[in-house]
Design a protein around this ligand. Structure first.
Ligand code: SF4
Length: 158
């Protein structure tokens, strides 16, 4: 039983209209799985000061881990390099995550992905920028599919 465990959640999964297209991705299965937890909804891209709606961005040359090593970039659809802006958003979200036990983040996003992410037009194995920072601090990061399958709270894990 998770009790009042503090959990960082991608704000779009909580119903906030923070996506590039000003829509949300509210996921009732995720919210049900986290019932009883203290949710911390965060959108790294909005924290970085990006507008809603906004031109979508994608990783180029590698995943979030490669971005932090300066081996890949975050490019806007029109070609503008927004790597530093995305780094700021991920750092701010990371700073806001003090005290969390785990995170549930939206898959495929350059900021939030934890397993699969768009890189140069292809869905690849890899993470977004925020998931890298959280895992480096030892925080378990899940996506919405794992949450919906009830994989967040195996007996005795937290
Ligand atoms: S940055 Fe994360 S929280 Fe914000 S819209 Fe994209 S997936 Fe959702």
């Amino acid at each position: 039983m998770p009790g009042r465990m503090k959990v960082l959640v991608s704000a779009c999964l909580c119903g906030r209209n923070c996506r590039y297209d000003a829509a949300h991705k509210k996921d009732d299965a995720v919210l049900d799985a986290l019932a009883g937890c203290l949710l911390l909804p965060v959108c790294p891209e909005v924290l970085a000061g990006l507008p809603v709606p906004r031109i979508p961005c994608q990783l180029s040359g590698g995943d979030g881990e490669a971005v932090w090593k300066d081996l890949a970039r975050v490019l806007r659809q029109d070609g503008r390099d927004l790597t530093e802006t995305f780094k700021i958003g991920a750092r701010l979200a990371f700073e806001a995550s003090v005290g969390i036990t785990l995170a549930v983040l939206k898959e495929r996003s350059p900021s939030c992905a934890s397993k699969r992410v768009w890189i140069d037009g292809r869905l690849e194995s890899g993470t977004g920028l925020l998931a890298v920072l959280l895992r480096a601090r030892g925080i378990p990061v899940f996506n919405e599919e794992q949450a919906a399958k009830g994989l967040l709270f195996p007996e005795g894990n937290y």
